[in-house]
Write a protein that binds this ligand. Structure first.
Ligand code: ADP
Ligand code: MG
Length: 349
């Protein structure tokens, strides 16, 4: 049985003063709150400002547009076109898709292949998004591994096109598309003059400005071994993206073993790097999304190194022995608030 806790939010919005605000704020200060279901997940928006309703509606239309182009699950999407033409023809694409593919290749290089959107054949073999996930036989995995290679995905931004080298190769943007979408949403909020709000795309949170009272937004980091909404710590942020990846988001169990949805392109198995949760704090959500998946596969040491070499990117890593590590830049941003008392904060590495 697969557990789709990706359907609920991963990073829990802790709106401590939110309730207080609604009771004492004027009518015009009331936010527009909207929930929708897209990209296989629940999407929540909370937006303040006089154009909030227009912004929220346009955001939903934009999300649907991106989903139509980038989904792997529908015939006729741009990603479906690349995959069906694998080994045959170059495919013309919209600017959006080429941009996301190029960004994905950049993070594949930076992570030495830990993040690789050509992981599609493996995702399919494991049946991660089906009602019948399975552990593929080793010889099947061995046969698919050579197909996973981001170097065989060529893109041409001038011609706005892309091509996979060999038949059977599959691009899957599940690890990056929601991040791109978050950035596009913030562009729309800005266009409408929104100064305060957030969107939560199934655990990918992007906040604009601060809370209406000028204080930073408080975003909880999900306790990876507790029910949804239980957190181990709080991030206080203004104008940031917070993206988490974890082995608790989507998984099935067989013979007492947990098989989750983030695959190690080297082994073909769900990654076992010792990390059970990664959270990236960054300006651009596309960076956060790619990096949360990449660092999850890389593990604590390599993941920490990667993030520390990037400007303006911070991280919270949780290991399977329940230790919480953060980058030094989060010293005044992250505080442990762990009701379970099971997690231990390791201040600085
Ligand atoms: P979520 O979208 O559940 O928050 P992630 O952003 O970590 O989680 O992305 C996981 C998804 O990305 C998987 O469901 C799969 O579609 C795809 N994926 C799995 N392993 C990798 C990988 N090593 N590199 C890139 N994408 C991956
Ligand atoms: Mg990701």
């Amino acid at each position: 049985m697969i557990k789709k806790s990706g359907l609920t939010v991963t990073a829990y919005m802790v709106l401590i003063s939110g309730m207080f605000l609604t009771s004492c704020s004027s009518f015009t200060n009331r936010p527009v709150e909207k929930q929708s279901f897209n990209m296989g997940t629940i999407i929540t928006q909370k937006v303040y400002g006089k154009n909030a309703q227009k912004a929220v509606d346009e955001v939903i239309a934009r999300i649907q547009e991106i989903e139509r182009k980038m989904t792997i699950n529908a015939e006729g999407s741009e990603i479906d076109a690349i995959n069906s033409m694998a080994g045959k023809e170059e495919v013309n694409l919209g600017e959006d898709t080429v941009y996301v593919l190029e960004c994905a290749k950049k993070y594949a290089e930076l992570s030495e292949g830990a993040f690789d959107v050509t992981v599609g054949p493996l995702v399919k073999a494991w049946g991660i998004f089906t009602d019948h996930p399975r552990v593929p036989p080793q010889d099947e995995i061995n046969g698919l591994l050579p197909l996973v290679n981001y170097r065989e995905l060529s893109t041409d931004s001038k011609k706005s096109s892309a091509k996979l080298s060999r038949q059977g190769q599959i691009v899957d943007l599940g690890g990056i598309a929601k991040g791109y979408t978050g950035d596009e949403v913030i562009k729309i909020y800005r266009k409408y003059g929104i100064k305060s709000g957030y969107i939560n795309l199934g655990g990918n949170v992007v906040v604009i400005g601060s809370k209406p009272d000028g204080k930073p937004w408080s975003i909880g980091v999900q306790n990876p071994r507790a029910e949804n909404g239980k957190y181990i710590g709080i991030l206080k942020v203004i104008d940031k993206s917070i993206v988490s990846s974890g082995d608790y988001e989507r998984f099935f169990e067989k013979n007492g073993k947990r098989y989750h949805h983030i695959l190690d392109p080297e082994t073909g198995y769900p990654s076992e790097s010792g990390l059970i949760s990664t959270t990236i704090v960054s300006d651009a959500s596309i960076d956060g999304d790619a990096l949360s998946t990449a660092t999850f596969v890389l593990g604590l040491d390599k993941g920490m190194k990667l993030v520390e070499n990037l400007n303006g990117v911070e991280a919270v890593f949780i290991t399977s022995d329940k230790k919480v590590y953060t980058t030094p830049g989060l010293k005044n941003v992250f505080t442990m608030e762990d009701e379970s008392k099971e997690y231990k904060y390791v201040e600085k590495r």
